[in-house]
Design a binder for this molecule. Structure first.
Ligand code: IPE
Ligand code: IPE
Ligand code: MG
Length: 249
């Protein structure tokens, strides 16, 4: 079940390449509903969702978007039935193993954000391998949020900074936004310009709370497994209609 990019190989002519978001973040929601609508088990939606993400990554690269971040598993998702959690962990591991060679060939740099130590050991190893082998790649920066929670990320940054203060390495008045950002999982990655959430829910679900301060939000009713290049084009079109004022006039 592969999603083939039969249309829109190149940036559609009515999108202005100078005004594309530098960094797109996606909350890939609706896999379960997609499967349910077809009378299939939820895991089929997750499988299909992987193919959609693969094509979106290629599309971002083809269209000149520098960074893509995808929410794959939240700290809250551990609350799902254990069979689904186990399926997802196995799926992540398998996909990483299968896709690594192509990511290397296609010059993709992969990174992970989240509390990775709590993931299964074999998945952690696959993650470490893929990060190491793609670290110098430059066509696109692809970040996967796995066991990620925005509040947890902020708390671990606070703890690390507090420890430095306690050790006398940092003065409280030196803590500014730049210092704080260096302690987030996303250190070195620019903030998302555009957040896309599929399947209609109007919430952040604990995703990139600090980083999303000025992101443009785009919610579509399209379910993630149906989110193709045309749907992405529509999101970018909407983004280009926005007036990003950043508090100014
Ligand atoms: C998103 O799809 C994928 C993950 C959270 C891993 P869902 O599994 O949340 O699908 P719905 O929202 O139940 O349809
Ligand atoms: C958000 O989707 C998390 C991911 C896409 C990984 P959820 O389906 O978990 O979010 P809620 O439960 O609707 O807030
Ligand atoms: Mg959901």
């Amino acid at each position: 079940m592969t999603v083939k990019p039969t249309v829109l190989q190149e940036l559609p002519a009515d999108l202005e390449c100078e005004r594309l978001p530098r960094h797109v973040a996606v909350i890939m929601d609706g896999n379960g509903r997609w499967a349910k609508q077809r009378g299939m088990p939820r895991i089929m939606g997750h499988r299909r969702g992987v193919d959609v993400l693969k094509d979106l990554l290629r599309c971002c690269r083809d269209w000149g978007i520098q960074a893509l971040t995808a929410y794959a598993f939240s700290t809250e998702n551990w609350g799902r039935p254990s069979e689904e959690v186990e399926f997802l962990m196995t799926l992540f591991e398998r996909v990483l193993r299968q896709e690594l060679r192509e990511m290397v060939q296609e010059n993709v740099q992969i990174r992970f954000v989240g509390n990775l130590q709590a993931l299964p050991q074999s998945l952690q190893e696959e993650i470490a391998r893929s990060v190491e082998l793609t670290q110098h790649n430059q066509s696109i920066r692809f970040t996967v949020a796995t066991n990620y929670g925005g509040r947890q990320e902020i708390l671990q940054a606070c703890r690390a900074i507090a420890t430095q203060v306690q050790q006398g390495l940092l003065q409280p008045e030196q803590i500014d936004e730049a210092v704080f950002e260096r302690h987030l999982y996303t250190a070195g990655i620019c903030d998302p310009d555009l957040l896309i959430r599929t399947s209609g829910e109007m919430r952040l679900s604990n995703f990139l709370l600090w980083q999303m301060a000025y992101a443009e939000l785009y919610v579509t009713d399209t379910l993630w497994p149906d989110f193709d290049r045309k749907a992405f084009y529509q999101a970018l079109s909407a983004y280009q209609q926005r007036d990003r004022r950043f508090g100014k006039l």
